[in-house]
Design a protein around this ligand. Structure first.
Ligand code: PLP
Length: 454
């Protein structure tokens, strides 16, 4: 029963990113099954999953071809590793298919089990690259505040979540941060295009401060996801690219969220127009059906590793796990067959963007942003302020959490990052389901307004 699961859950399961005492007081919501975009809890309540689980279930729940691929592979060969010059058919076929769907110049992949491990791999790989160039001192990686790059020591250090750094002595040495390109926080009153260039110039400032001969790489998500779906001004990424080119530093695109169609292209770097050297991926590669991640390795780094490198002393038991790779193959084939990337780019993405723009008329909404099937709405006290842009709520009111609890109580899974309410629904969403989602969002916003008035 639900009560029994909740009791056992509180007694034994240390959940990630969860307040244990709150969980003990209230109990977890037990999610018992799912289909398409919908979840059902153990009490039979239906929920619209506007977050694709944790940004991962790109093809939606219940896709039989992924399940069949896993079952077939488990019977054929449930595990074999990729160490010591062995390989497996699904891993090879996936590596080949990834080279086909990746941006031009990405012919190689290093597999991991998750996005965090992918970013750990990035840290070692970029430092290895510079060692091979005879510049072992070139080991500093620049990242951004408010970024999320995972929970391993390197992933959490690359991340710019200060509440994570506060636990466990992070960041590890050789990682430093610049501010994010968030106009509301850093650019109010400025022209947005000018602000994009200003925010990119902070990278150059940091490179000069650290010393150009010490900087190995810059890492960023094309669109910051867990940071609150921060869509940078169009001027930002071209300027970041120019700076990376000028100083010869490697550009890493963390596409754990943005990859596999989320932004309306196969990879987010194609949407924002950057040319990374490395691309981290996970989540959408298998639509979350089984864990898999990795790093797509561009020509510059691959050439050095292969031609000069000897052995790269790095790898995971599950690098190229055959079952995960078989599911990824089925997932990518489905995305292709159903034309889901084009569906996001040409149909539901623009449709959602228009709906979000119209949401700005709602009294609680101060700003909205979308890119493909990522969307954010900022809950604000007033639409304008003396500082420029909307007037924000006092953070102590936790208006985002108020709204989120109305969502949860009314059958909608939407996430709150401060006062930014964010969505990332499965790519299979239809226009009719976007309408259904907007209806739910309106209802929850109205309930939030009503609660704030009392
Ligand atoms: N990078 C980004 C941008 C992410 O959003 C996440 C997870 O949300 C990660 C890395 C870490 O991935 P994982 O949770 O698979 O380790």
């Amino acid at each position: 029963s639900t009560a029994e699961w909740q009791a056992a859950d509180a007694a034994h399961f240390l959940h990630p990113f969860t307040d244990f005492q709150a969980l003990a007081r209230k109990g977890s919501r037990v999610i018992a099954k799912a289909d398409n975009l919908y979840l059902w809890d153990s009490e039979g309540h239906k929920l619209f999953d506007a977050m694709s689980g944790l940004w991962c279930v790109n093809v939606g729940y219940g896709q039989k071809s992924l399940v069949d691929a896993a079952a077939r592979q488990m019977l054929e060969l449930p595990f074999y590793n990729a160490f010591f010059q062995t390989t497996t058919p699904p891993a090879v076929e996936l590596a080949e298919l990834l080279a086909e769907v990746a941006p031009p110049g990405f012919q190689h992949v290093f597999f991991s089990g998750s996005g965090s491990e992918g970013n750990d791999t990035v840290v070692r790989m970029v430092r290895r690259y510079w060692e091979l160039q005879g510049q072992p001192g070139r080991d500093v990686i620049i990242s951004r505040w408010n970024a999320y790059h995972g929970s391993t020591m390197a992933g959490a250090s690359l991340g710019g979540m200060k509440y994570m750094h506060a636990q466990g002595g992070l960041p590890i040495p050789g990682i430093t941060h610049i501010d994010q390109p968030y106009w509301i926080e850093h650019g109010r009153g400025m022209d947005r295009a000018d602000f994009g260039k200003l925010a990119a110039s902070w990278l150059e400032q940091k490179i000069l401060e650290v010393g150009p001969d010490k900087v190995a790489a810059f890492i960023g998500e094309p669109i910051q996801g867990a940071g609150g779906v921060i869509v940078p001004p169009e001027t930002y990424w071209p300027e970041i690219q120019r700076i990376c080119d000028q100083y010869g530093i490697l550009l890493v695109s963390d596409e754990v969220i943005c990859g596999f169609g989320r932004t309306g292209q196969w990879f987010g770097c194609q949407t924002v127009g950057s040319r990374p050297d490395l691309i981290t991926f996970a989540k959408g590669v298998t639509s979350g059906y089984v864990p898999l991640g990795g790093v797509l390795v561009g020509e510059r780094v691959a050439k050095a590793l292969i031609e000069q490198g000897g052995e790269f002393e790095h790898g995971y038991t599950y690098s190229g796990h055959p079952v995960a790779c078989a599911v990824a193959l089925a997932n990518i084939k489905l995305i292709r067959e159903q034309g889901l990337v084009e569906h996001v780019r040409d149909d539901v993405g623009p449709y959602l963007a228009a709906k979000f723009e119209a949401l700005r008329d709602h009294p609680l909404i101060g700003d909205t942003q979308t890119c493909g099937l990522m969307g954010a709405m900022l809950l604000a006290k007033a639409k304008t302020s003396a500082a420029g842009g909307p007037e924000l709520f006092d953070p102590a009111l936790e208006v985002g959490m108020v709204c989120r609890s109305h969502c949860f109580a009314n059958g909608l899974v939407m996430r709150a990052v401060g006062d930014r309410m964010i969505i990332a629904p499965p790519l299979v969403i239809t226009r009719a389901q976007v309408d259904e989602l907007m209806g739910l969002i309106h209802r929850c916003l109205d309930l939030t307004v009503a609660e704030l008035r009392t």
